[in-house]
Write a protein that binds this ligand. Structure first.
Ligand SMILES: [Zn+2]
Length: 420
């Protein structure tokens, strides 16, 4: 069982990498096959030069993604199978002791150590790849500051949460995972409440939309649809990138609609209204609540699995740890560690399902916007411009977009709205 567990984890890691690589290859081939001329369906969307650029951008990102995926897989295999984890755990236990805070600090430190080697990739993606296609506006100072702020936030929020979960394991006995689930869920909810007011402003500047025709138009839409909002904010997305977007965030009194300044520069007033109508559609169709429910359920299953795995001696042995002699936090630490490192590899296989679901929501929000605007043209105009300006891949392989895309492709959305 011990050997089997190690082989199974290795197989899981390699299969994921293989599937990522294969999907990437399939997609590149598909893009190449359509690269000769602008496909019929997009003649009105992009000109020849922009289309060519979007093909180059897609292929450059795909090649970079393949290198990054291979690196991530190799790194994880080294971390899991080199024996460095039991070695580091032994040192931490000897020097830091087995107090709750010491163990939380150890888990946090491992998480940070594993993410450090990926930093040069982040840097390259921003300052080489994005820059080459004219998207990057981030300065080195902003980039470094973002990382420092992210680290401080992770420590301030993550360390206490880790300590709380470990404390619950020590207190609650066999049913710890239910209590821990409740604690993490509450934490996530509070975080979502405070994020728009306290966390997001640490990274971006939000200014209320200036008085004028556009503001009148958008608030009129909000009133017409019965969407309770106090503010529509403009975010300085241009501080980091020329990519454009819009979203809405928060609950109840804290709810707010955010438009990127880059988006406002690209779209006409009716198009911006259509984008807002789409966002309101997400709210009206209760998509956020449904997504939260699903993620709460997923978290519950994850905790149940974690509690079961923590009792399996073979899992400890498979990665060079001693099996637990009790159900104290210190004894089951190795499984917490393994779980944290492998959670991504498992959830990867669930992501196509989540994306399928998310795409259904996008169609519903589009239909809502179509309805409220009484015509499809403003939203289609907005989507076309977004695809053009962001150099989106207009011809992804269906398997690739089916697996990775949280939003339907431009063509799929146009067809759903009765065009194309
Ligand atoms: Zn949407």
């Amino acid at each position: 069982m011990t050997l089997f567990a190690a082989v199974a984890v290795l197989a899981l890691l390699l299969t994921r990498w293989g599937v990522e690589h294969w999907l990437g290859w399939l997609n590149e081939r598909h893009v190449h096959a359509h690269a000769g001329a602008v496909p019929e369906a997009f003649r009105e969307v992009v000109d020849e030069a922009t289309y060519r650029k979007s093909v180059d951008y897609t292929l450059a990102r795909s090649r970079f993604g393949k290198i990054a995926d291979a690196f991530d897989t190799m790194l994880l295999i080294i971390v899991l199978f080199s024996g460095v984890l039991p070695w580091a755990f032994g040192i931490a236990m000897t020097h830091l002791g087995s107090s709750i805070w010491a163990m939380a600090a150890f888990l946090f430190a491992v998480g940070m150590a594993v993410s450090l080697p990926g930093l040069p990739f982040d840097w390259y993606a921003q300052f080489k790849l994005e820059d080459r296609f004219g998207f990057n506006t981030t300065t080195m100072k902003t980039w470094l500051l973002d990382r420092v702020k992210g680290f401080v936030l992770a420590a301030l929020l993550g360390l206490p949460l880790l300590a709380l979960v470990l404390k619950i394991i020590a207190w609650a006995g066999a049913s710890w995972w239910l209590w821990a689930w409740g604690a993490v869920l509450t934490f996530q909810f509070l975080l979502m409440l405070i994020a728009p007011a306290l966390i997001m402003p640490l990274f971006n500047k939000f200014t209320p939309l200036a008085e004028g025709a556009l503001r009148e138009r958008l608030f009129a839409l909000a009133r017409r649809t019965g969407f309770p909002t106090r503010s529509i904010d403009v975010m300085d997305g241009s501080k980091r990138s020329r990519h454009s977007n819009a979203f809405f965030t928060g609950f109840g009194r804290f709810r707010k609609i955010v438009l990127f300044d880059t988006l406002m520069a690209q779209l006409s007033e009716p198009e911006l209204e259509a984008v807002l109508a789409h966002e309101i559609g997400h709210y009206k169709k209760r998509h956020i609540v449904k997504m939260l429910g699903a993620s709460a359920l997923g978290l519950l299953l994850a905790f149940a699995a974690l509690a079961w795995l923590a009792r399996q001696d073979w899992l400890y042995r498979a990665f060079g740890f001693a099996p637990p002699d009790s159900f104290a936090p210190a004894s089951i630490m190795p499984v917490l560690l393994l779980f944290a490192l492998l959670a991504d590899t498992v959830s990867f296989w669930l992501s196509p399902l989540m994306n399928l679901w998310s795409r259904r929501f996008e169609y519903e929000a589009d239909a809502y916007a179509h309805d409220v605007m009484t015509e499809a043209q403003p939203l289609i105009g907005a989507l076309r411009k977004l695809n053009e300006k962001n150099l989106s891949n207009l011809t992804p392989h269906p398997l690739y977009s089916g697996f990775y895309y949280s939003h339907p492709t431009l063509l799929e959305r146009e067809r759903a709205m009765g065009l194309g």
